[in-house]
Every structure is written in structure tokens, then in C-alpha cells.
Design a protein around this ligand. Structure first.
Ligand SMILES: *[C@@H]1O[C@H](CO)[C@@H](O)[C@H](O)[C@H]1NC(C)=O
Ligand SMILES: *[C@@H]1O[C@H](CO)[C@@H](O)[C@H](O)[C@H]1NC(C)=O
Ligand SMILES: *[C@@H]1O[C@H](CO)[C@@H](O)[C@H](O)[C@H]1NC(C)=O
Ligand SMILES: *[C@@H]1O[C@H](CO)[C@@H](O)[C@H](O)[C@H]1NC(C)=O
Length: 464
């Protein structure tokens, strides 16, 4: 181990360098106040919150090869089979080609763009016909609380006589004719289905919300579950609007949102970002960072402040450089700040919660993300800092170069209430004020309010 004088010498270099810094392996890097600052390039696991035991549909990272790994790959080629169905009461009034066009090319392009080319969706589609289901479209009661999805799947597998024994697929997509208005929504079964033709690990049964609300990104949302991502919208039982937790910043929250991409946190979990593209802050102090926009390849994509074994505070940047397939807004861009809770589920506790830096504004696109559509800190609109009192974090934007935000993060070491996020418990907030001296250098601060909820864990095998 190097003596501390050497580490401090390394430090004085670090303080003035933006972007990547090469640190000696296994060293602690100290800032000028003697605080420890870690960088992901050699301390990758510190901020990589592990998935809680028992399931991969959480914000936690699942080690490769673990029993809880998703059954489908998020890097490489994801192999899908697509079939079309119609019903005795609603024979097809469209063609397999028009439905294919609505669903496939766009979602393939989305995965290619969002994953920076790391995930290829290959779709083997049976364009020959609509397989006629044995029962009327009404028989499957696809309303939200009573869909007979198992029966629907069983019937579709029987009429199409699929044979998956020779060729393996990661997911089966079942697409109904548009005439079948009763097939309203699109749940995903993420547990294996065994049938006469073999085993299929995951099945998405599409509904008319593809046409009526969401478009092809519905496939990217549902397939997001297949590769391990949870829902980020509050479930209907909460009575909260869909955009309540993450606005339109991630299609696992709102498929038709303003910024229809995945969060950098998701891209890291999926292996679309390298560990070197995450700046990990794991101890109190100040540090400088350069954040490149999430929607384009290259650069550091997130600053992660590790709050506890199950929670983190994350900063990322959205930009006008976003390719069209992941852009759906003229709303404010800039820095997005959110917390991650690996114990969260969509029944009550947000797995990800975007902090609203403009609680005084009503939002910019109410039907595409609600109030959080103005949650960003947008340098181009003269906004230069954000202070989160509950987490003791100050963020100052030092400048923006072609979409890249140069940022100073100061953390006083507080962890908010997230470290107390025990399933089933509702604990009072232990948050206090921001200590004197750290926050005073920042102008135009805004603060998010501190409401948080806690919930029990549950792991539904069908998601929508
Ligand atoms: C098929 O029927 C549905 C439901 O009535 C309708 O919305 C759709 O426009 C029809 N498509 C064609 C091509 O007529
Ligand atoms: C992003 O999409 C919005 C809405 O469609 C549009 O107004 C804006 O110009 C787009 N931005 C870019 C850079 O294409
Ligand atoms: C987007 O989806 C939400 C949730 O389903 C819906 O309430 C809203 O009307 C949709 N917005 C648009 C513009 O279609
Ligand atoms: C700005 O960034 C974009 C995307 O990375 C790049 O294509 C472009 O050349 C850059 N422009 C300048 C002036 O550096």
C-alpha cells in the first residue's frame, strides 16, 4: 500500500482533471479535504447495487450466470418468434405485413440506438397467416383485472402448432388483428411455458394499446421485462398517474413519454454501458465529472452516489443530440436527478424516483409524463445548480460543451431515508438540514420535497 502522502499527490492531480483518470489499482483516492473519492474504473462494484435475493426484476445488478439472471440476453442477439392470431368473432381485417410494420422495424431500431449497438433484436416472423383462435376474442376477458392470459397463450400455441424443439427462442410475441378490440393491453409472461412443441422462456401477448397509445415502443417496454427491468410506473392500485415517479424519462415508466429511452442506470445494468462509463461516488466530499448525453454513444453517462447497499442517487444528462427514435419532446432537457431503490416495486415504492427540480411548475407535456416533464436542470435555460437537502447533495454545473455537462458534486455523506427501506415498514424521515458551508456557494437552488413511501416486495410473473 502506498503511503498517504502518495495518495494525496495523486489526488491533487485528480481534482483538476475532467473525465477519466487512471488510478493505481486498489488505491483509495483522497480529495483535498482528505475525503475518499472512488472512481468506477477500478472500484466497479462499489456502486453496483446487487439485486435483492429472489428475483431479477429489480433495479439491482444480477451477477452473470446467477440463478436469478434473466432468461434472455441483454447483449448480443435476442431471438424472438412472432405469430399473428385472429378470432371467430373478429376475423382479421388487416394483413400480417401491416402489423409487422407497426411493431418490428421501429422496435429493432430503438434497441439498436438505445443499446449503442449492443443488443440486436432478431424477429423470426410467421407472415403466412393469422392463426384462428378457438374462442371468441371476448372469451379471454382482457380487462386489466381478469385477463385469461394463460388460456390465451395455450390456445395460440395449440392453433399455431409451434415447434421450438429444433430452434430456440428467447421470447414469443403473439400479435392479434386490430379487429379484436377486446384484446386491450399487453402483458408479458416472464416464466417458462412448457407445451407440446417445447419450452418458451418468455411470452408477450400484444393488445390494442400498441395502436391506440404506444406504438412500437410497447415492444421495447415489454421486452425490457424479459431482459430484467421492472415497471417504473405506480400500479393502478396506487391511484397515482403513470408519470408520477419518472415522468417520461424511461419507457419502463411511460412508453409514450417525452424522453423515450432507458435511464443510464438501466443501460449499466443491462451491459450497454461499461463500468468505466459510470462515475462512482462512495464517500463524502467534492468531485468533478463530465457527463455525456445518455442518448448517444461514448463518455461517462452517470454519476452514482452510493447511499446504502440498496439505494443510490444518480445524475445523468438528456440532450438535443438525441436521435429521433428516442426523442419525443420539445420540453426542457439537461440534467436528470433520481434515486434508485433496489427494494422498490411498482405496487407502492418507486424503484426509481426522479427528483423534481421545479416543483413550482405544472409540467410541459401533461399526457407524456405529467409534472416531471419539467424536472430537469437545463443549463441552456440559465439553470446552474441543484441542491437536494434530504441527501445532502449539491450539484453545480460548471459549463456545457456540445451536450456534455461539466459538473461538481458535493456530498455531505447523508443517506436520506432509503437506507431504512425495509420491506413493509413505514419509517419516519430522519432527514435533517444541509450543513453550513457546503451549500452556500450555489445560487438558484431548488429542492425536491422529501416524500417517500415504502413497500413490501413482490414478484409478479406477469408484467405489463
Ligand atoms: C379493423 O378493425 C378495427 C376495430 O374496429 C379498426 O380500428 C381498424 O381501423 C380496422 N382496420 C381496417 C384496415 O379496416
Ligand atoms: C424532438 O422531438 C420534438 C417533438 O417531436 C421536436 O419538437 C424536437 O425538434 C425534436 N428534437 C430534435 C433534436 O430532433
Ligand atoms: C400516454 O400513455 C398514458 C398512460 O397509458 C395515457 O394516459 C396518455 O393519454 C398517453 N398519452 C398520449 C399522448 O397518447
Ligand atoms: C458534438 O457532438 C456530436 C455527437 O457526439 C458530434 O457528432 C459533433 O461532431 C460534436 N460537435 C462538435 C462541434 O464537437
Amino acid at each position: 500500500m502506498a503511503p498517504s502522502s502518495v495518495l494525496l499527490a495523486i489526488l491533487s492531480l485528480v481534482s483538476y482533471v475532467h473525465g477519466h483518470v487512471v488510478y493505481p489499482p486498489d488505491s483509495q483516492v483522497l480529495d483535498s479535504d482528505g475525503h475518499v473519492r472512488l472512481h468506477a474504473s477500478q472500484l466497479t462494484n462499489v456502486c453496483k447495487l446487487p439485486a435483492p435475493l429472489g428475483g431479477y426484476l429489480s433495479e439491482g445488478h444480477v451477477p452473470k450466470g446467477s440463478r436469478n439472471s434473466p432468461s434472455a440476453p441483454s447483449v448480443g442477439t435476442l431471438k424472438a418468434k412472432l405469430i399473428f392470431v385472429d378470432f371467430p368473432d373478429t376475423p382479421a381485417n388487416d394483413t400480417t405485413q401491416t402489423l409487422y410494420n407497426d411493431l418490428v422495424p421501429g422496435s429493432q431500431a430503438w434497441f439498436k440506438t438505445s443499446s449503442y449497438g449492443r443488443l440486436k433484436l432478431s424477429v423470426d416472423s410467421d407472415m403466412t397467416k393469422f392463426y384462428r383462435m378457438p374462442k371468441a376474442s371476448t372469451a379471454y376477458t382482457f380487462n386489466r383485472f381478469g385477463a385469461k392470459q394463460e388460456l390465451y397463450i395455450k390456445d395460440a400455441l395449440a392453433v399455431s402448432a409451434l415447434d421450438f424443439r429444433a430452434k430456440k427462442y428467447d421470447v414469443l410475441y403473439i400479435m392479434p388483428t386490430r379487429a379484436a378490440v377486446e384484446i386491450t393491453f399487453s402483458p408479458t409472461k416472464i416464466s417458462p411455458t412448457t407445451f407440446a412443441g417445447g419450452i418458451i422462456p418468455n411470452i408477450v401477448t400484444f393488445g390494442q394499446d400498441l395502436h391506440l397509445k404506444y406504438g412500437f415502443k410497447l415492444l421495447n417496454h415489454e421486452t425490457g421485462h424479459v431482459i430484467g427491468l421492472p415497471d417504473l410506473y405506480p400500479s393502478d392500485s396506487t391511484g397515482l398517474p403513470r408519470g408520477e415517479w419518472v415522468g417520461g424519462f424511461d419507457i419502463m415508466g411511460l412508453i409514450n413519454g417525452t424522453h423515450p429511452d432507458y435511464f443510464a442506470w438501466h443501460k449499466w445494468k443491462l451491459g450497454w454501458l461499461n463500468d468505466e462509463q459510470i462515475d462512482c461516488v462512495a464517500a463524502a466530499g467534492s468531485s468533478k465529472h463530465s457527463l455525456a448525453p445518455v442518448e448517444i454513444p461514448g463518455g461517462v453517462k452517470a454519476i452514482v452516489v452510493k447511499l446504502s447497499a440498496t439505494s443510490a442517487f444518480v445524475v445523468e444528462v438528456r440532450s438535443e443530440l438525441a436521435p429521433q427514435v428516442v426523442n419525443n419532446t420539445a420540453c426542457p432537457l439537461g440534467m436528470v436527478v433520481y434515486t434508485v431503490n433496489t427494494l422498490g416495486t411498482n405496487s407502492r415504492v418507486p424503484p426509481i424516483l426522479v427528483l423534481n427540480t421545479h416543483t413550482n411548475l405544472p409540467g410541459c407535456a401533461i399526457d407524456r409524463g405529467g409534472r416531471l416533464t419539467t424536472a430537469t436542470v437545463d443549463f441552456s435555460r440559465g439553470e446552474k445548480s441543484f441542491k437536494s437537502v434530504p441527501y445532502g447533495i449539491n450539484i453545480a454545473i460548471d459549463g456545457v460543451r456540445n451536450g456534455t455537462y461539466d459538473i461538481t458534486v458535493s456530498w455531505n455523506g447523508m443517506v436520506g431515508s432509503s437506507s431504512a427501506a425495509v420491506p413493509g415498514s413505514l419509517s419516519p424521515s430522519p432527514w435533517g438540514g444541509f450543513p453550513k458551508g457546503i451549500g452556500s456557494a450555489f445560487g438558484e437552488d431548488s429542492e425536491e420535497d422529501g416524500n417517500r413511501k415504502q413497500t413490501e416486495l413482490n414478484g409478479p410473473l406477469t408484467e405489463d
